[in-house]
Design a protein around this ligand. Structure first.
Ligand SMILES: [Zn+2]
Ligand SMILES: [Zn+2]
Length: 163
């Protein structure tokens, strides 16, 4: 994992990007950085990080084992940040709209969400989100076993995320 590119799509190494936030070496400066780190936590299955970066009122209702069970049926393959509103180093609140692609049962899907973040004791936390703000959940395409993997690895789907 130390020499792989960060799953969040930043183009830099995992250890210098979300990896440093996940293992506590650095703090997310912005709401977007926290959003990216939470996406990467889903990719690598770090649900403790996900749980720990929820706002106080969300922590009570988060079901970690349900999230883990759901994660086993899907494979995250890409993140796209569509819009950020505030959430900068000097802000206490921020909104991040993103699209996250995932494979499930051989079908590429997109989870779109407009997420609200807030700073609690200096740390960005996830408050809530509006899922699929403009569009209904939709199927994008069926990915063939021999097609290039949608995660961008350059390998065939069956040899990569479809394995
Ligand atoms: Zn990253
Ligand atoms: Zn892949």
């Amino acid at each position: 994992m130390t020499t792989t590119k960060c799953p969040c799509g930043s183009g830099i190494l995992m250890r210098d990007c979300c990896g440093a936030i996940l293992d506590g070496r650095t703090k997310a400066e912005t709401a977007e950085a926290m959003m990216r780190a939470r996406y990467t936590a889903h990719v690598v299955g770090d649900f403790d990080f996900v749980a720990n970066t929820h706002a106080a009122e969300v922590k009570k209702t988060y079901n970690k084992s349900a999230a883990q069970a759901q994660a086993e049926t899907m494979q995250w393959v890409g993140l796209e940040i569509m819009e950020t509103v505030e959430g900068g180093a000097g802000d206490d609140e921020g909104v991040v709209t993103f699209g996250a692609r995932f494979m499930q049962d051989g079908v590429l899907n997109m989870h779109r969400e407009r997420s609200n973040f807030r700073r609690e004791n200096g740390v960005w936390v996830y408050v809530d989100g509006k899922i699929n703000p403009q569009i209904e959940p939709r199927r994008i395409e069926k990915v063939g076993r021999n097609a290039p993997c949608p995660c961008g690895s350059g390998k065939k789907y069956k040899k990569c995320c479809g394995a």
